[in-house]
Design a protein around this ligand. Structure first.
Ligand SMILES: [Zn+2]
Length: 414
């Protein structure tokens, strides 16, 4: 919601700049030359045109990207203006207690959103490169907020030096890859802070299971990144078994016509049943049975090519110290890149990627090969880049992880 400019309705004087010029910026000294009412009128009519356009006319990939880019630019301008509104205390004129309180009431924002916008606007003053990139639509709010989160008193000097580089990563990488880069950067410039955070995360772990008035049970909790990955992997493996069972049952009932809508349970119900199944299996497992220990892969030589890494199979970057509590019960696997002690490229004619070769590909690539997919390699099959039928070898160099979906998609094509 926007208040009309002070001079709206009057002939406007001043410099006109195209609204969507990518170099658009208002130097404070020239700010008074712009008539806010005129700028917003132009914006409104441009937005009117977009809103009046049939969705079908904007549904090609290029338009979708451009719409998101414009949305990001507008969010950047809105956040920057909000920061200025906050600093000049214009909200106090209306008797509000704070800028977020004013925004919550006048713009009908959830309180959290209002606070976040004001906070991010304040942070922008210390992140000039991020502000420029956001105004240009090269990055979005999520990337700028992630940068602001890692700028602490301990990292602010390093951020001043590295901001351009990090913003460059933000504009070229997928969001989750960028946040991983940020996590590693944080570990590098502030190792103690990163370890303290990890310890705080581990310290805040909790699970509550309580019975409600109607006898149902309520489960609520917070898990540290490693524990969460252990539980999530186990739950997912059992939920997958239950899905197969549901699917087989639906096929038997309806034949070829069965779809996911015909499955007896929803995904949430299957996760519930998987948790119960996990408890039942825990009760029936032999006391001296081998526990599935967490597996640690130590990548030797990898950092020479790609830089040091410390992350879970699901891609979450973790601090080295957070692994220590797990080390005495973990299986440690050594994967050597381009070194003779572990043979990762075996030229033997094999049809399928198995054992060390398969593992080498999973550890190296970590995700499904498809650029629009982030399925962890652990859940992927390893298939041939150059197909086996076309003479492709079953060696790590010719292997890549492919999730079930992208594996199927590939084989549907000629
Ligand atoms: Zn995939």
């Amino acid at each position: 919601m926007v208040r009309p400019g002070k001079n709206s309705g009057e002939p406007s004087v001043g410099v006109q700049k195209p609204l969507w010029d990518s170099d658009f910026s208002l130097a404070p000294a020239y700010e008074h030359l712009y008539d806010s009412g005129m700028v917003l009128d132009e914006l409104r009519s441009a937005v009117d045109q977009v809103c009046g356009t049939e969705p079908a006319a904007l549904c090609d990939g290029e338009s979708i990207v451009e719409l998101h880019r414009c949305l990001a630019r507008l969010e950047a301008a809105t956040t920057r203006a909000t920061a200025s509104f906050d600093a000049r205390r214009e909200w106090a004129d209306d008797g509000a207690r704070s800028a977020p309180a004013w925004l919550t009431a006048r713009c009908q924002l959830p309180r959290q959103t209002a606070r976040r916008r004001v906070r991010l606007g304040r942070a922008l003053r210390h992140l000039p490169a991020a502000e420029r990139a956001w105004l240009a639509g090269e990055v979005g709010e999520a990337q700028v907020a992630a940068l602001a989160r890692v700028r602490t008193p301990a990292t602010e000097d390093a951020m001043a030096n590295d901001e351009e580089m990090l913003v460059g990563q933000a504009s070229s990488l997928r969001y989750d890859h960028f946040t991983r880069v940020l996590a590693y950067w944080r570990q590098y410039v502030d190792p103690d802070g990163a370890e303290d955070d990890a310890e705080r995360q581990r310290g805040s772990r909790r699970v509550h299971l309580s019975q409600g008035l109607d006898d149902r049970w309520f489960l609520d909790g917070v898990l540290d990144p490693i524990s969460g990955a252990i539980i999530s992997d186990a739950l997912r493996a059992i939920a997958d078994e239950l899905f197969e069972a549901d699917w087989a049952e639906a096929r038997e009932r309806l034949g070829e016509a069965a779809t996911v809508a015909d499955l007896a349970r929803t995904p949430a119900q299957r996760r519930h049943d998987a948790l119960v199944e996990m408890a039942r299996r825990a009760g029936t497992a032999p006391e001296d049975g081998r526990r599935p220990e967490p597996l640690f892969s130590v990548l030797v030589g990898y950092e020479t090519f790609h830089g040091p890494i410390c992350q879970l199979a699901n891609g979450t970057a973790v601090s080295p110290g957070s692994l220590v509590p797990w080390l005495d019960q973990a299986w440690v696997e050594r994967v050597v890149f381009d070194a003779p002690s572990r043979v990762i490229d075996v030229g033997v004619a094999r049809r399928l990627f198995t054992g060390a070769t398969r593992r080498a590909v999973q550890v190296r690539d970590r995700e499904c090969f498809h650029p629009l997919c982030d399925e962890p390699a652990e859940w992927c099959e390893v298939d041939h880049v150059e197909p086996w039928s076309a003479g492709g070898d079953t060696v790590a160099a010719n292997g890549r992880p492919a999730c079930a979906f992208h594996n199927r998609q590939r084989h549907r094509r000629p």
